[in-house]
Design a protein around this ligand. Structure first.
Ligand code: CA
Length: 223
């Protein structure tokens, strides 16, 4: 799950980024509207958190441009405390939810979970492959209802492979899904992660195949 944060207050931006990374999301953070617009038109996000008062291009305009494109992520806007009209205008433009500053990080995290759940509701938050079940909202995987002990990245890899089961997923696609811009992606980080994941799920009959030169593939379950 990858989130874009557009916020020009450095302290708040830093707090949001840390908090969401702590909740195992990949986070990109920008501090002006032009950078937000660029990021949203070139990358794929599961959620955008946009401050309305942004330099260069204001938040409203970023949302307006975003909504003109197809297949856009849910948007959570951040506004000043008594800016009712701003809030209404933001929602009218197609934002999905808002938070007024100052807010508690716990509340932000709850809204983020709800929006991501809603965003993937068209798809399915619960994916099954044989005995393996993945709840991408609750961020856990189970086999026969027993939780698997997976790291955040293993869970991320599993999610991408299960979502696209039957199709080849390249290492680049995995890296893009799992890491924000600031993150260092070691040459074999993905391989190591897939290796660990295999050891945990293959005993239950779920196989990740290596497609040489292309990437990885998880077979669709027979069931
Ligand atoms: Ca601002």
């Amino acid at each position: 799950m990858r989130i874009l944060i557009a916020e020009d207050d450095p302290v708040l931006a830093d707090g949001l980024t840390r908090s969401l990374r702590g909740s195992e999301y990949a986070v990109d953070c920008v501090n002006d509207g032009a950078a937000a617009d660029h990021a949203l038109s070139t990358q794929t996000y599961d959620l955008a958190i946009i401050d309305l008062g942004l330099p260069r291009i204001e938040g409203f305009e970023v949302i307006k441009r975003l909504r003109r494109r197809s297949a856009t992520p849910p948007v959570l806007i951040l506004t000043a405390r008594d800016a009712l009209q701003e809030r209404v205008r933001g929602l009218d433009l197609g934002a999905d939810d808002y938070l007024t500053k100052p807010f508690q990080l716990l509340e932000l995290e709850a809204r983020v979970r709800a929006l991501i759940r809603r965003g993937s509701a068209g798809g399915n938050a619960l994916i099954t492959n044989g005995r393996l079940k993945l709840d991408s909202t609750g961020r856990c995987a189970t086999v026969d209802d027993q939780a698997l002990d997976l790291s955040a990245r293993e869970l991320g890899v599993l999610e991408v492979l299960m979502t696209r089961s039957g199709r080849v997923v390249s290492k680049d696609q995995l890296a893009e899904k799992l890491y924000g811009w600031g993150d260092e992606v070691g040459a074999n980080a993905i391989e190591v992660c897939v290796h660990r994941l295999r050891k945990k799920i293959e005993p239950f009959g779920v196989v990740i195949r290596t497609v040489r030169g292309l990437g990885y593939l998880m077979d669709k379950s027979a069931a």
